[in-house]
Write a protein that binds this ligand. Structure first.
Ligand code: P6P
Length: 335
């Protein structure tokens, strides 16, 4: 990772715009909308401890989870920011059962769609644990100028043109890739500007951190149980026992492991027969980033980015992080 330069996210996007596959400034404008929404959400999250925005709403989202008011707020902010840009033809969100088609006149030439988890880990918000936004960007596959269809959203992750996340934590950082490396920008709250802080992030080939909710151990497949025991065995030659680190906020666990090396696992289990994490707006964007940083992301058997989605809120088992560790875990799954 080279030393950071004093350059804003906006300047960096324009500076590297010619590398985007369809460099007409549209993707730059789209990422700028996400940047704006992230600043607005960040402001509310920082106030959440005092403003009366905490506490659950009466509605349940499609996941059957109690929606935190911030979830609803973040969803509205990102959708409004994306709708205001002519580049976006539609959005799918964890908070919405179905996708939204943008059909105002300004969207008549919109070429992109966005899949997002506007506020992942929101159950952590009222205990002041960091939470995040995750987004994934595709070019639409149905004719420009017509309302987007479900097939625009059910593309394999390998078709993503950009992906990223925002962590609202001790500092607020926006990390993205457009297929040319992974770059991180930290918000300077006094300026309200994201400044380049992590250029060309590379994930260590191997690490000593494993992240999994061991409370679900009894529900895990045998291979995962064996891998966990392997992580805990004493073997100084392979730096074991590894360290267990699990925040329960995907973006935070993923980000730490990307910087330090490690593996994040959310496997199948009787409580989550297909795993808990959603393919479209959690696993795919983070898999794109993991691979762009030199890491690996699979469902234990196949590359996440090769999976053809069948439905918007599809769940998949998730093994992501340092390549050597993900391969190690896959070996235990194959017995
Ligand atoms: P569990 C948060 O709800 C989330 O989607 C991820 O952010 C997090 O990693 C995971 O679920 C935690 O799930 O079952 O371990 O509490």
């Amino acid at each position: 990772m080279s030393a950071a330069r004093a350059i804003t996210l906006g300047e960096y996007l324009v500076e590297n715009q010619e590398m985007f596959p369809y460099a007409k400034g549209e993707l730059t404008a789209l990422l700028s909308a996400i940047r704006l929404a992230a600043k607005v959400v960040n402001r509310e999250i920082n106030k959440a401890g005092i403003a009366d925005i905490l506490g659950a709403t009466d509605d349940d989202n499609v996941q059957g989870e109690r929606q935190m008011k911030l979830d609803v707020y973040a969803n509205d902010v990102f959708i409004k920011a994306l709708r205001q840009r002519g580049e976006v033809a539609g959005v799918a969100s964890e908070e919405l059962e179905d996708f939204i088609a943008f059909t105002d006149p300004i969207h008549s030439n919109a070429k992109y769609i966005v899949a997002m988890d506007p506020l992942d880990g929101s159950s952590n918000v009222d205990v002041n644990v960091s939470i995040g936004t995750i987004f994934s960007i595709y070019r639409r596959v149905t004719p420009v100028g017509t309302p987007v269809q479900l097939e625009d959203f059910l593309q394999p992750g390998s078709a993503q043109v950009a992906a990223g996340y925002v962590i609202y934590g001790s500092s607020t950082i926006l990390v993205y890739t457009t297929g040319h490396g992974v770059h991180g920008f930290t918000l300077d709250p006094s300026l309200g500007t994201f400044l380049l802080s992590h250029e060309s992030i590379r994930m260590p080939e191997r690490g000593v951190i494993y992240s999994i909710n061991e409370g679900n151990y009894v529900h895990f497949p045998d291979g995962v149980k064996r891998y966990i025991k392997y992580c805990q065995e004493l073997d100084p030659a392979t730096d074991r026992p590894y360290t267990s680190r699990y925040i329960g906020s995907l973006v935070s666990d993923f980000h730490r492991n990307m910087l330090k090396g490690g593996i994040y696992i959310y496997p199948t289990g009787t409580k989550s027969p297909k795993g808990k994490l959603r393919l479209l707006y959690e696993c795919n964007p983070l898999a794109f980033i993991a691979e762009q940083a030199g890491g690996r992301a699979t469902d234990g058997f196949q590359r996440i980015l090769d999976i053809k989605p069948e439905e918007l809120h599809q769940r998949v088992p998730y093994f992501a992080g340092s390549t050597a560790m993900v391969l190690e875990a896959e070996g235990f799954l194959r017995g």
